[in-house]
Design a protein around this ligand. Sequence first.
Ligand code: XBP
Ligand code: MG
Length: 262
Amino acid sequence: MIEALLWDVDGTLAETERDGHRVAFNRAFAAQGLPWRWDALRYGELLRVTGGRERLVADMATRRDAPVLPAEREALALALHRLKNRFYAELVDEGGIPLRPGVLALVDEAAARGLLQAIVTTTSRSNVEALLGRHFGAHWQQRFPVVVCGEDVAAKKPDPEAYRRALAALGLGPLATLAIEDSFPGATAARAADVPVVVTRSVYFAHDGIEGAVAIGPGLHTRRGWLPEPVPPATGPATDGPVRLDDLVDWHARMEFVSHYG
Ligand code: XBP
Ligand code: MG
């Protein structure tokens, strides 16, 4: 039985990357007087590197106009990253980053049925506070009493450290939990901590090879297009509405490991 849902943030709760972080990085470049801009395609490539600061350093390695010394690159990445997170919070405050459809209903359903819920992300804490504060209100942490962020770990996803920390804080074994992730690095992190994972593909990870999830699908807004197919409800008509907690419970109980390649 599932006792806790472990929610990833970027790409899972909201499509934060293309319309949030990427836009905020570009605003930070402009604010620093840099001509650098990341279009949606380039940003997709850069998402292989998890962590915004690490992503900046990786991009600088490809640029002739980046600082030459590693220490200077690190310092510039740090400054840009701080600026980016400020711009990201502004974008969230402006209402520019809605939750993905189906997320709120599932969070509410899980809370009503007494499940614990945790945030397990390797994004910066300030980004989590901005996004969750906007969508779940000032007391969002009552809904998510355990929150693991980038600052809490030595190694970001796909390393399992964030999941291991969340399990320790919850006092639960991995099989009593279910992770909800959107990407290859996120699913890999959960699996490496023995946490069963459901993958709701996000725009940037729509075609990634994903292995060993208990279910993979296009989003929580629909029960169509999922592997394995959700079991029709025992009573009432078959519905093509959003994924419900019972679907997660069923996938978790079946523990059928599926793989999917876009
Ligand atoms: C996603 C990430 C993050 C974000 C940007 O993590 O890799 O780096 O792209 O956030 P997750 P930061 O899916 O685990 O939430 O700039 O704060 O790193
Ligand atoms: Mg993610």
